[in-house]
Write a protein that binds this ligand. Structure first.
Ligand code: SDX
Length: 392
């Protein structure tokens, strides 16, 4: 049928939004959070400082930072009943499936504190989610490997606590390496927020209906899972492992160029960056730092560097503006830290929770906020006459 597209001023109100959280210039490869460049934040701030900036809009002073750290630290435990949710999953359940389900269930533990029109209750939900995501993520990992859950500790930093909950076992004390903790913290920061990407837009759309914050974040987790989005880090490492050796890079590059081959190079390209993803630049440096400090010679890094070289020199990639993105190097660092590939997107979800919840909080604080209603261009049939079944 003829396509009907009516211009509706309301369209702009639903399709676009105003935000002061993150600024991206894809052409220039610029990413700033509240006006602060991502490379400065990744190198000179820790993840909780970045969480503060995203949530409140300003750099915290020492007193504000210490108070925020205490608040988050004192929300890291989850209700004991949460542990029972995991028992319902089969042992081979994907950790993203577990995290998505458990985060959505959190709303049932806080239903007396879910008035989304009360900014204080919104901020308390934000604190709980930022604090509890690492605990839930580590529980999903421990369940998937059949080890007991490890409780959070108040004497550890955010990144140290996560690694401790992931790798500590009752049989022996786990000492968190400062190198790994620093690398983990930087990965959290580099994934913290990225403007109106698919999962953040999902959270905002869910939040615009008045849904509770835990349901909105669970929707964000679900949207992030796809290989075109947050699932790319897991897909990227699986791709590097499939390529296996530098000698096979050209074979896969040819597949990526072949219009008839659905294969795409995971970790390359971006909806917005048609230049280098500034996060990939920092991630690349961190990748080399971690592997050097840990003395790891990872053949997958050789494959990754060979692929990067192609992307920066091959006319096809240059013409298509395909550069390595944030997911390209993160998988190699996470693997060096000892994290399995099925946990990569969970870590992305953990890191992005502060971005999601900051956008949710900002949106609900904006005057005249309406329910989102993206429009469509109808291209189906119109005004058809119904035929009863015995006449068809
Ligand atoms: C994230 O939005 C965000 O901010 C996301 C994110 C965030 O922080 O939230 O940055 C996180 O999701 C990063 C992206 C991770 N995804 C991947 O690495 C998966 C592989 N990348 C592709 O799926 C793709 O590049 C996208 C989805 C990321 C971007 O797709 P676009 O902008 O729609 O680009 P496109 O599909 O229009 O591609 C343009 C051209 C196409 O060729 P033509 O049809 O013009 O001939 O480039 C080609 C594509 O075929 N192309 C690729 C490619 N990506 C695009 N060819 C080979 N390998 C690729 N990876």
């Amino acid at each position: 049928g003829a396509g009907y597209f009516t211009y509706d001023p309301g369209f702009l109100a639903t399709a676009s939004c105003e935000s002061s959280i993150t600024y991206i210039d894809g052409g220039k490869g610029i990413l700033q959070h509240r006006g602060y460049a991502i490379d400065a934040l990744a190198k000179d701030a820790d993840y909780l400082e970045v969480c503060y900036i995203l949530l409140y809009g300003e750099l915290p002073n020492k007193e504000q930072y210490e108070e925020f750290k205490d608040i988050i630290t004192n929300h890291t435990m989850v209700h004991e009943k949460i542990a029972h949710f995991f028992q319902g999953f089969l042992p081979d359940a994907h950790p993203m499936a577990m995290v998505c389900a458990v985060v959505g269930a959190l709303s049932s533990f806080y239903h007396s504190d879910l008035d989304i029109n009360d900014p204080n209750q919104r901020i308390r939900s934000a604190h709980r989610l930022i604090a509890k995501m690492p605990t839930i993520a580590a529980m999903a990992y421990k369940y998937s490997i059949g080890q007991p859950f490890v409780y959070p500790r108040n004497d550890l930093s955010y990144a140290e606590n996560f690694l401790h909950m992931m790798f500590s076992v009752p049989a022996e004390e786990y000492t968190v390496s400062p190198t790994l903790a620093r690398a983990m913290d930087r990965i959290f920061t580099l994934h913290a927020d990225h403007e109106q990407n698919a999962s953040t837009s999902t959270v905002r759309l869910a939040g615009s209906s008045g849904a509770n914050p835990y349901a909105c974040i669970a929707a964000g987790v679900a949207s992030l899972w796809g290989p075109a989005h947050g699932g790319a880090n897991e897909a990227c490492l699986n791709m590097l492992e499939k390529i296996g050796d530098v000698s096979r890079v050209d074979e896969f590059v040819a597949k990526a160029k072949d219009k008839n081959d659905p294969f795409r190079l995971m970790g390359f390209g971006h909806r917005v960056y048609k230049n280098f993803d500034p996060r990939a630049t920092v991630m690349r440096e961190t990748c080399h730092e971690v592997l050097t400090e840990l003395g790891i010679q990872d053949p997958l890094l050789d494959v990754a560097m060979a692929l990067e070289k192609v992307a920066l020199e091959d006319p096809y990639f240059i013409e298509k503006k395909l550069y390595p993105n944030v997911d390209f190097y993160s998988g190699i660092i996470l693997k060096a830290i000892g994290i399995p590939t099925n946990m990569f997107t969970v870590i992305f979800a953990m890191s992005r929770t502060v971005g999601w919840i900051s956008h949710w909080h900002e949106m609900l604080g904006q005057p005249g906020q309406k329910i989102g209603r993206p429009r469509q261009n109808y291209v189906g049939e119109i005004d058809r006459e119904f035929q009863p079944l015995d006449k068809r």
